[in-house]
Ligand binder design. Sequence first.
Ligand code: DQA
Length: 150
Amino acid sequence: MPSILLLNGPNLNLLGTRQPEVYGSETLEMVERSCVQHATSLGLDLVCMQSNHEGALIDALHAARGTHDGIILNAGAYTHTSIALMDALFSVALPAVEVHLSNIHAREEFRHQSYISRAVIGQICGFGSQGYLFAIDALARHLSGEANTE
Ligand code: DQA
C-alpha cells in the first residue's frame, strides 16, 4: 500500500483556536482524522506529524525517504522563509504537494512567496481543510501514474 506523510509545521497544532476566521474551527486532530479516512478509502496509508521546529520538519522529510511514497506539507510560516525546507524536499526527491488552509496570495505580500513551491508538484491553497483532501487526491493520482504532471 503506498504511504503518504502528512506534515504540518509551526502553529498548526493550534488549529481550531488560532484565528478561526482565517484557518477554520476544526482542530488539527479532526483534520488529520478525516485525512486518514480519505486516504484509506483510496487505498493509501497516511501518517501524520506536526512540529513547530524547522529542524524536526527537515528530519521528518529525510526520514520519509525509503519510508513514504509521497509528502503533503503545510510548512506554515516556514513556507515563506525556509530555503532549508526547500532543499530537504529537493534532497529526498519524493513527490510532494504544498497545502495552505488560507489563500496565501490574497493575504499580506510576505506570504505570496513560497520557497516550498519550487520543490513540489503543485500548491493547493484557500480551500481550508478540504485542501488536504484535494492534496491526497492529487498524490493518489500521481502515484498511480494517471497524472500528467511530474
Ligand atoms: C498557512 C499560511 C502561512 O502564511 C501561515 O504562516 C500559516 C498557515 C496556511 O495554512 O494558510 O501558519 O500555511
